[in-house]
Design a protein around this ligand. Structure first.
Ligand SMILES: O=C(O)COP(=O)(O)O
Ligand SMILES: [Mg+2]
Length: 236
């Protein structure tokens, strides 16, 4: 992690991350929980397919699984499936989940340099807390905002809550995610956004027109430097 001196001071001072597909590859545990929840209803699904449906919260995930099988569920049935999924996921949140290469080191370096670090995820808050704890990341993160209190991303409410809890300024904070929803929430909250290319977008994330694309966490200092140079050139 690099802090770059720009015309108006150090930038960035705070970083807010998406979780799934950005800091951690959680798809194997999410897939296992979906499989367990739906197996109780004799619905089988391949774990590779589930990866395509992650990113917009548990309800949308289950809806997409059911829609792909032409299964119509009323809201009560859907809520039941989602509750089952959350229970299975909460019971085994990080059996196979891993940090993406370089993510752990990037967080440690960012903390060592005094940056405020937040996470804003559509994953339910209790599960997100358990994932961070089991991966030994909880102490690195100043503020975690998961699903449960605010509307889901791309509504800006959870990202603005994270910004506020970090006591951070949107002019010196960067948001980093992996999907179009992350670009949308950043735009809605007025933050610049970097998208990683190794997450769950299943598209070329440069098509979403982020401020930068990150292909590997080891590239983070270079990406940060380029963004800072661009800000300086714009007189920001
Ligand atoms: O759980 C999800 O659907 C996505 O979680 P994320 O916001 O951390 O990518
Ligand atoms: Mg994500």
């Amino acid at each position: 992690m690099t802090t770059v001196k720009t015309a108006r001071g150090h930038w960035p001072t705070a970083l807010i991350f998406d979780l799934d597909g950005t800091l951690v590859d959680s798809a194997p545990d999410i897939a296992a929980a979906v499989q367990r929840a739906l197996a109780d209803h004799d619905i089988a699904i391949d774990s590779a397919e589930i990866r395509d449906y992650i990113g917009d919260g548990a309800a949308r995930l289950i809806e997409r699984v059911l829609a792909a099988r032409d299964i119509v569920a009323d809201s009560a049935a859907l809520a039941g499936y989602v509750d089952d999924f959350n229970a299975h996921y909460h019971a085994a949140p990080a059996s196979h989940t891993q940090c993406y290469p370089g993510a752990r080191e990037m967080l440690a370096q960012a903390r060592a340099r005094g940056h405020r670090l937040g996470i804003c995820t559509n994953k339910p808050q209790p599960v997100a807390e358990r994932v961070l704890a089991e991966l030994g990341l909880a102490a690195q993160i100043d503020v975690l905002i998961g699903a449960g209190t605010y509307a889901l991303k791309p509504d800006p409410a959870p990202l603005l809550a994270c910004l506020s809890a970090l006591d951070a300024d949107r002019n010196t904070t960067l948001y980093i995610g992996d999907m179009a929803v992350d670009r949308d929430v950043a735009r809605a909250a007025g933050l610049p956004v970097v998208l990683v290319s190794f997450g769950y977008a299943h598209a070329d994330v440069s098509e979403f027109a982020p401020e930068a694309v990150l292909h590997h966490w080891h590239d983070w200092p270079d990406v940060c430097q380029r963004l800072a140079d661009a800000r300086t050139a714009e007189g920001l």
